[in-house]
Write a protein that binds this ligand. Structure first.
Ligand code: NAP
Length: 520
């Protein structure tokens, strides 16, 4: 049996970073395991053509080491998947993380033993005993492969964007893409450049705004590096963990001309700068509609075929702008002016038999299932033999989106109840890991062995999440945001990273109010 102070499952942005404070900072004996043959997590698996960040590289990176920020140069304003992978490999080497990472290692689960105040973790053939067990398995859900009629008889290649095969090349092929969310719009634009033909199978049109992605000029990079400390300080105060233009004022109070100027400006800045141009954009459907009408106008200006343009404009009953994560891309609407790209409205032409599709490759850009994904497959057993699934029935309820009552010394990173799925991943990962490291330090300072949240504190957190969500447009998109184990309940923390950080820090400052720390 191997012995550790902490075992972390997942070597993506969060799990990977955990080694830095816990091992390098606190001197703990830590093991990170990942089922894949490489570090990177989502950024290793999501290698579909066109895969790219939707947050600017300046912010979509670690902030914990000033010299790392100065030494690393991002080639593009929005990093491509390969660039993110190169960055994470650089971090692994630079901070000597690899010696504590077991790749190609599948964790089956962990069982709490009250007598020793430790968990026994099964890692295939290996077994490890650990004081603290941390899951960093990324966003919830597994690749969603809809049960399409005739799929088993489709003679071409079937791929999913989230598990893209290493050697699948779309050049010269006839490609059908199902789904027009963030992944779909990226893979369609990239495929159109090389494929013979691309058929886009759309059920719901998305709101898409331009990234205006470009190579970073040396003087731009130099300016960012000179300002980095200040940029990070401001980003810490933002909802998304990355600085975007503030709302320009009340959408009701600005004149039509002023509103147009604001929207023109936000469109020119691109990306999430367009997300909430007015104070009421996230809450008031009338004000949200100003942005929607503006994007609709851009679609009609850009797409030459009027019928195609109309299909690409989300309908009145579709999600408002920002209720789902805004899609950020380059050339999405322009792509439909190419002769080799065709749009099919599945509402008019449902897929009766996929085996009839004239395609060599069928790409599922269909996102994830609503479940807990890799986290749900871990057989985690807590106090009195209680499985995590039972503790989370009828819904997941980690306190602060991290620790779970009844499962001592367990921490869930990027899980339900945290803002992780709504915000920029690296600052959220750093914040959660640092908070967990602080709590572990607190337990150790007290020569204690066991920490867990109270039921009461967890209930308060759950109620707060629900009331915050109800006051935002996110609640109109419960199915998109909530995990299926959560029923129809909205699960992320809706008001973003700065609020979340403040609450977590307040709780830490109050001596970890709402937690029991025991020496059994
Ligand atoms: P997604 O946003 O959930 O979109 C899935 C798409 O597939 C939707 O258009 C959906 O249509 C469609 N779909 C699902 N089942 C279908 C079915 N049975 N028939 C027809 N269409 C179906 O998934 P995603 O694009 O993979 O994105 C997942 C998450 O990752 C999002 O939070 C996204 O923001 C994030 N992401 C970010 C980036 C980036 O950083 N740039 C890139 C990729 C993904 P309906 O709307 O009708 O259900």
């Amino acid at each position: 049996m191997e012995h550790y102070d902490a075992v972390v499952i997942g070597a993506g942005f969060a799990g990977f970073y955990a080694l830095h404070p816990l091992r390098n900072g606190m001197g703990l004996n830590v093991l990170v395991v990942d089922a894949e043959p490489s570090v990177g997590g989502t950024w290793y698996r999501n290698r579909y053509p066109g895969a790219r960040r939707d947050v600017e590289s300046t912010y979509f990176s670690y902030s914990f080491d000033g010299q790392l920020q100065q030494d690393w140069t991002w080639p593009h304003r929005y990093a491509y998947q390969q660039e993110v992978r190169e960055y994470l490999n650089h971090v692994a080497d630079r901070f000597d993380l690899r010696r504590s990472i077991a790749l190609n290692t599948i964790c089956d689960g962990a069982t709490w033993d009250a007598a020793s105040s430790r968990s026994t973790v099964t890692l295939g053939e290996r077994t490890a005993s650990t004081r603290f067990f941390i899951t960093a398995t990324g966003g919830t859900g597994d690749p969603n492969i809809p049960d399409l009629p005739g799929l088993d008889r489709f003679r071409g290649t079937v791929a999913h964007t989230l598990t893209w095969p290493e050697n699948l090349d779309l050049a010269g092929k006839k490609v059908a893409v199902l789904g027009t969310g963030s992944s779909g719009i990226q893979v369609v634009v990239a495929a159109a450049e090389v494929a013979e033909e691309v058929t886009v199978l759309q059920r719901t049109a998305s709101w898409v705004v331009p990234a205006w992605n470009h190579m970073m000029a040396p003087e731009q990079t130099a300016q960012i590096k000179a300002d980095y400390a200040d940029l990070r300080a401001v980003a810490r105060t933002t909802t998304g963990g990355a600085t975007v233009a503030d709302p320009a004022g009340s959408g009701h109070e600005l004149s039509v001309v002023e509103r147009r100027e604001v929207l023109d400006d936000r469109w020119a800045q691109g990306g999430f700068h367009f997300l909430f141009p007015f104070l009421e954009s996230p809450t008031d459907p009338v004000v949200n509609r100003f942005s929607a009408n503006y994007i609709a106008g851009k679609i009609r200006e850009t797409v030459e075929d009027p019928a195609t343009a109309e299909l690409l404009v989300p309908g009145e009953d579709d999600p408002p702008v920002g209720a789902r994560r805004l899609c950020i891309d380059t050339d999405w609407y322009e792509t439909f002016n190419r002769d080799n790209v065709h749009l099919v409205d599945l509402n008019e032409q449902p897929l009766h038999d996929v085996s009839d599709l004239d395609a060599d490759v069928l790409v599922h850009a269909t996102g994830v299932t609503g479940g807990l994904g890799a986290l749900g497959r871990l057989d985690i057993v807590g106090r009195d033999g209680q499985p995590l699934q039972a503790a989370w029935s009828p819904r997941p309820k980690p306190d602060l989106g991290m620790p779970v009552p009844g499962l001592p010394n367990l921490f869930v990173l990027s899980g339900p109840g945290s803002p992780a799925s709504l915000v920029c991943a690296p600052p959220c990962a750093e914040m959660q890991v640092d908070w967990v490291a602080g709590l572990i330090g607190h337990v150790m300072q007290q020569y204690a062995a066991v920490v867990e949240p109270t039921e009461e504190s967890t209930e308060i957190w759950g109620n707060m999440i629900r009331s915050l969500a109800e006051s935002s447009l996110y609640s109109k998109e419960e199915r998109y945001h909530a995990s299926e184990d959560a029923g129809s309940e909205f699960m992320p923390f809706a008001t973003g990273l700065a609020d979340y950080r403040r609450i977590c820090e307040d709780i830490a400052d109050a001596g970890y109010r709402g937690f029991t720390v025991e020496c059994p």
